[in-house]
Design a protein around this ligand. Structure first.
Ligand code: XUL
Ligand code: CO
Length: 597
């Protein structure tokens, strides 16, 4: 369908990615009012003038960068528009009692003016009248000829038309981002927004290629399911390849877009939730079958492009069945369903050669049964021979509170308490770190010194906004501190840097997807370069060494070895008298840090 279904369940969601889940059809109003009207597809206007059966539209603007050259065709003749209901595989029909008129500016956002007028479209309706059926056939044949002529002259359409006739798109191998070439390193003086200024994949820093320090990954949910919706506003992004459905066909097309994107960006890894990549199903069996179908395509595409899964995960927070949590739900059935979903998600992650598997307990609380859930996951992982690392991603109070995974320290304590410390590592997300009142560096260091640093969800929050805004991290100083931890850890493989980050609501061009990842990668690359300079220069570590040098003595060694009891220390305190406490030189440390930024 050319007309996306606007899902009202997304309004008010603090999780601003679109739910793969769509509520049973009874949840939806079958007629649209101004607040739940279908949003017009943002596919590019057709090169041809609108045919007589199309609603009035403004003349098409020139195609902006990365946008396709085809338009969603108007709905086929008929008295209604059929919307495929992804979750139930059923379909329902709404009467076309709305008119639409939208203008496409030179960006991914349309300016829809959707009215709820019950006046039928005179032209469109007229062409469907039986009396002119023969005429319609004539026009249809004429249009076919014109299309063939246009294809011959202009060349094959490069992009997948987002309309109901697009089943061929399953096999489609053209470009989703036709205006974007492979992103190259051009150096800091480049003014080309679609180039790397600091990230040079093959360049060696401290004996390791940049690409191996980072192992960058694209987060499918933000990049391909992000809509720009926030707790107060409807979606703002309508990518040209989207047809507004949550169909299997759409899922496959999106997967092709994902691989073109990561190929062009020069990233080797990607991450997903089960329900981001494939539509949910009426039953677990149907959901699993949907997942299998999309995963088969993903496997084919990633083998072709030599790409890999950094981590997979199960979406255990969006569906209403998880409203009380999943592994800590008060409802036994929800616990079992969550287990079945995780079982399947581990299987497909394994099938895709995933190197890690993540647990983010969005709606969980602290409970013994959470540990039982994890024990079962460990047992299943071993049973099927999945050697990837299991990661827990700490996050405080959003959406629930009193969580077992509030921050790195709380999670480490949980793992120790239940004897799971050797089975899991942590996925530290920078925006989660600040939500828990820490810096990202603090969380990374807490994980590192506990031997738990497994992966980084590279993003950042807004200091003036209180929620998880999941922005691309662009603070060079923060990136430098992050990379100091990563270097001290000797890298984070088999983990990596997953861009759990989304475009701002206001960024709506397709090319913004590239620009955002490029600045995210460049910022981390600057962080790596700076951290390497700091380490090679040695001034900062010398300052730290001097600060603690009183411990570089025989008695200091005795203390560190646990051989200095209180009687002994009291004797020394009396002998030495009042200690001379030296300056920390805190500002000097900051000055040294700034010297490499
Ligand atoms: C939520 C979050 C998730 C996890 C995976 O805040 O970060 O996207 O990374 O479920
Ligand atoms: Co995350």
């Amino acid at each position: 369908m050319g007309f996306p279904v606007f899902d009202p369940s997304r309004i008010g969601s603090e999780y601003a990615t679109p739910p793969s889940y769509q509520a049973p059809s009874s949840y939806h109003s079958h007629s649209f009012d101004r607040h739940s009207a279908p949003t017009p597809s943002m596919t590019h206007p057709a090169p041809d003038p609108p045919a007589s059966d199309t609603p009035a539209a403004d003349p098409p603007p020139p195609p902006p960068l990365g946008r396709p050259h085809r338009v969603t065709r108007p709905p086929p003749c008929g008295t209604g528009v059929t919307f495929i209901h992804a979750a139930t595989d059923s379909s329902f029909t709404v009467s076309r009692n709305w008119t639409k008129k939208f203008k496409l500016p030179n960006s991914g956002t349309a300016e829809p003016e959707i009215s709820n007028s019950s006046t039928p479209l005179p032209l469109h309706t007229g062409i469907c009248l039986k009396s002119i059926e023969m005429k319609a056939w004539g026009i249809f044949l004429l249009l076919l000829c014109l299309q063939a002529f246009a294809d011959a002259v202009i060349g094959q359409s490069q992009t997948c038309p987002a309309d109901e006739n697009a089943s061929k798109c399953d096999e489609w191998e053209g470009e989703f981002f036709p205006g974007v070439d492979k992103i190259k390193y051009e150096g800091p003086s480049s003014k080309n927004p679609l180039s790397f200024k600091w990230y040079n994949a093959e360049e060696e820093i401290l004996g390791k290629k940049m690409k191996d320090w980072f192992r960058f990954s694209v987060a499918f949910w933000h990049t391909f399911r992000g809509t720009g919706a926030d707790p107060f506003g409807a979606p703002t992004k309508y990518w040209p390849w989207e047809d507004g459905t949550n169909s299997l066909q759409m899922a496959k097309r999106r997967m092709r877009a994902n691989f073109e994107f990561i190929n062009k960006l020069g990233v080797d890894w990607w991450c997903f939730h089960d329900r981001d990549i494939a539509p949910d199903g009426e039953t677990l069996e149907k959901a699993n079958a949907n997942l299998d179908e999309v995963v088969a395509l993903a496997k084919e595409l990633q083998t072709k492009g030599k790409k890999k899964v950094l981590w997979g995960t199960a979406q255990l927070f969006m569906h209403p069945r998880y409203m009380h949590g999943a592994a800590t739900s008060s409802e036994l059935g929800a616990y079992a369903y969550a287990a079945a979903q995780v079982k399947k998600a581990i299987e497909v992650t394994h099938h895709l050669g995933g190197e890690n598997y993540v647990f983010w307990g969005g709606r969980e609380v602290s409970s013994d049964v959470q540990a039982r859930f994890f024990e079962a996951a460990v047992a299943y992982k071993k049973k099927i021979g999945f050697n990837g690392t299991l990661l827990i991603e700490p996050k405080p109070q959003e959406p629930t509170k009193h969580q077992y995974d509030w921050d790195a320290a709380t999670t480490a304590n949980f793992l120790r308490k239940y004897g799971l410390i050797g089975e899991f590592k942590l996925n530290i997300e920078c925006n989660h770190a600040t939500l828990s009142g820490h810096s990202c560096h603090h969380e990374l260091e807490t994980a590192r010194i506990n031997g738990l640093l497994g992966n980084i969800d590279a993003n950042t929050g807004d200091p003036q906004v209180g929620w998880d805004t999941d922005q691309f991290l662009v603070d060079i100083q923060e990136a430098t501190m992050i990379m100091l931890s990563v270097i001290r850890n000797g890298g984070i493989a088999p983990g990596g840097f997953n861009f759990d980050a989304k475009l701002r609501r206001e960024s709506t061009d397709v090319e913004d997807l590239f620009i955002a990842h490029i600045i995210g990668m460049d910022t981390m690359a600057r962080g790596l370069r700076n951290a390497a300079k700091l380490i090679e220069d040695g001034t900062l570590s010398e300052l730290v060494r001097k600060r603690y040098q009183s411990f570089d003595t025989e008695i200091g060694a005795q203390i560190e070895a646990g051989k200095a009891d209180f009687d002994f220390l009291e004797k020394k305190a009396k002998e030495w008298g009042e200690p001379k406490v030296a300056s920390a030189k805190q500002e000097l440390a900051e000055m040294i840090l700034h010297s490499v930024l």
